[in-house]
Design a protein around this ligand. Structure first.
Ligand code: FAD
Ligand code: NAP
Length: 551
């Protein structure tokens, strides 16, 4: 902890706090630690610049699916008044420019080590510090280790025979080349039809000579309906920002919808149809999160929305055989995987240069030097795009090789699935915090807001320790158990755990099936976090080490 005695350390590699990552989480965390608490803090970022998700995912069509005015920091009114968004849903370059602007405005870059990866983090029980190693051979220590590594920052690379033999160009959407990829006139194959692929496919279809889409599970995609954001509309939102942010916290997923009706079943078929049409025409997540409260809770309610979207898909695709392949199977409930938002996705399948391969009927056998061989055919390709998702939540944490008390590895403590209290801390790993860690609302909430709430909780916690001459905090195993049970109970009261989704780790071979997101809603979650603090950090052990006691 910084005190006068520690000031001499400031030119060294001994820090009060080290933050890993410089996306939305890392940037705000660093700002709070350094500028609010006055700590000697640094951030370490594997990428060559700030931005996280928006630094890496430069694929054509990448943009947010929550309106930019909501998908942005709220902590500084000056910032939110100053920044101008050009579209309702900003594109990747614009979100990256925004985060670069934030880093510059708050003078953060000087305390970030770029192009540096944390490859080891060991808790030392003698000096009560984290000892970190980085891939440039450096060693650092810190009293507090804060992970801002992101829930979606380690790619899930498919385990397909012959994958390395392909002699054309292989691209992964989550590490798309900064200079772009020239696909004009090429035969391109894309594996995956999740939210990422849904954004890429229509754009690549226009550029490539031919695009072959390899689909395993068809999604339920709804129109994004992006549009320019006029100055007047933006100013009107800015004038009401305080209220809008409050409304966001009161909304289940951190985005305000003002016309959510209680039950799809309680409405008549005519009322329901009209409401679904209105939501569909509003675009984005309006149907998914803004239509009915029981859509993700009640199978009968869900079926009504599922039928509506299936019908919309059929209407958009001219060839009924192609349409049939694009319609999700009856056993998949609508919205139990994240609903992709589309712009020209279904229309792309009406083009002559786009072919859809249904991998359920015609599975991939191998990747060859010349392309992809499925059971029934060989597809000659110049480029393969992998839009195959992420090893969500745990991928980047495990790659850091974190060891807590008695040298226990995080992946061993979490061998049956992530164990956290509130998604913030894990037992046996003192002073280690995870921003939007597993078992917090995280990816099923408007992420900049959930990130802010976590960063502020962590900063307040560190300030509390300092004020009370304490220097370690660690969650108790019983609190962890209780929280895990609660998260599971809430998830099991919804339809979401029934889907084979990355929320459950189902996309990664051998990953324990644990629903990793807290579904109690942001408002309740925030209240629980505040209550824990009000009760003197209930469920956590706070201690003074002998070094502190001696001062
Ligand atoms: P990230 O932005 O992922 O940043 C983590 C950083 O940590 C990365 O830059 C990474 O390089 C770095 N890092 C990881 N491990 C190490 C290490 N060992 N050493 C050093 N550095 C390391 N969420 C929404 O709410 N709305 C959206 O519309 C939305 N759109 C998305 C679109 C895409 C394509 C993707 C992939 C995700 C989207 N998300 C969206 C989720 C998105 O990840 C979050 O909104 C947010 O950007 C996460 O910020 P973060 O700082 O927590 O993590
Ligand atoms: P994803 O949702 O996990 O989709 C991955 C796709 O690849 C799925 O269609 C999956 O099929 C397929 N796939 C994986 N391995 C495969 C294999 N071996 N063979 C064939 N197909 C395979 O990943 P994502 O699309 O990158 O999206 C992840 C998350 O990032 C989203 O849910 C969202 O939270 C965020 N995101 C948001 C936006 C946005 O609009 N703002 C855009 C992109 C991403 P199965 O379904 O059968 O597994």
């Amino acid at each position: 902890m910084t005190n006068k005695k520690n000031i001499a350390d400031q030119a060294t590699n001994d820090f009060d706090a080290v933050v890993v990552g410089a996306g939305f989480a890392g940037l705000y965390m660093l700002h709070l630690l350094r500028d609010k608490l006055g700590l000697h803090a640094t951030a370490i970022e594997a990428g060559g610049g700030v931005g996280g998700t928006w630094y890496w995912n430069r694929y054509p069509g990448a943009r947010c699916d929550i309106p930019s005015m909501d998908y942005s920091y709220s902590f500084s009114d000056e910032l939110q008044q100053e920044w101008e968004w050009s579209e309702k849903y900003a594109s990747q370059p614009e979100i990256l420019a925004y985060l670069e602007f934030v880093a510059k405005k708050f003078d953060l870059n000087k305390d970030i080590r770029f192009s540096t990866r944390v490859i080891g983090a060991d808790y030392n029980e003698t000096d009560h510090r984290w000892h970190l190693s980085t891939d440039d051979g450096k060693a650092l220590t810190a009293r507090f280790l804060i992970s801002g590594v992101g829930a979606l920052s380690t790619a899930a690379v498919p385990d397909i025979e012959g994958i390395d033999s392909f002699e054309g160009q292989s691209l992964n959407t989550s590490s798309w080349p900064g200079e772009g990829a020239d696909l004009a006139g090429k035969r391109v194959g894309i594996i995956g039809t999740g939210a990422t692929a849904v954004q890429v496919i229509p754009i690549v279809a226009e550029e490539a000579a031919h695009l072959t889409v390899f689909q395993r599970t068809p999604p339920f995609a709804a129109p994004l309906l992006n549009r320019p954001l006029g100055r007047e509309e933006q100013n009107e939102i800015k004038a009401r920002y305080k209220q809008i942010r409050e409304d966001s916290w009161n909304a289940f997923a951190g985005v305000p919808f003002y016309n959510v009706r209680p039950s799809a079943i309680a409405d008549t078929p005519e009322q329901r149809r009209e409401h679904y049409e209105d939501c569909w025409n509003e675009g984005g997540f309006s149907l998914w999160l803004g239509s009915y409260e029981d859509l993700l809770l009640d199978k009968a309610a869900n079926d009504t929305a599922g039928a509506f979207v299936r019908e919309k898909i059929r209407e958009q695709v001219k060839d009924p055989e192609v349409a049939a392949k694009l319609v999700p199977a009856p056993e998949l409930n609508y919205g139990t995987k994240r609903q992709p938002c589309e712009t020209g996705y279904y229309e792309a399948y009406n083009r002559d240069n786009v072919t859809l391969i249904d991998l359920k009927a015609d599975p991939i056998q191998e990747i060859t030097p010349a392309g992809i061989r499925t059971k029934s055919a060989t597809h000659q390709l110049d480029v393969i795009i992998y839009a195959t998702g992420f090893d969500a939540f745990t991928g980047s944490l495990y790659r850091m090789n974190i060891r807590g008390r008695e040298g226990k590895r995080l992946q061993d403590h979490w061998s049956a699935g992530p164990r956290t209290h509130l998604g913030l801390m894990t037992a046996g790993f003192p002073n280690f915090f995870t921003v939007t860690g597993p078992l917090s609302p995280s990816v099923l909430f408007n992420m900049p807001l959930s990130i802010e709430q976590h960063c502020e909780w962590i900063a307040d916690c560190i300030a509390y320790l300092r004020e009370h001459h304490l220097d370690t905090i660690e969650t108790m195993r019983e609190a962890e158990d209780k929280w895990i049970t609660h998260v599971k109970e809430v998830a099991d009261s919804t339809l979401l755990p029934a889907a084979e989704s990355w929320y459950l780790g189902a996309n990664i071979k051998g990953k324990p099936r644990v629903f990793m997101v807290y579904l109690g809603g942001g408002k309740l979650y925030k209240e629980i976090c505040e209550d824990v603090v009000a009760k003197g950090y209930e469920g956590f052990t706070l201690t003074a080490t002998s070094q502190t006691r001696a001062q």
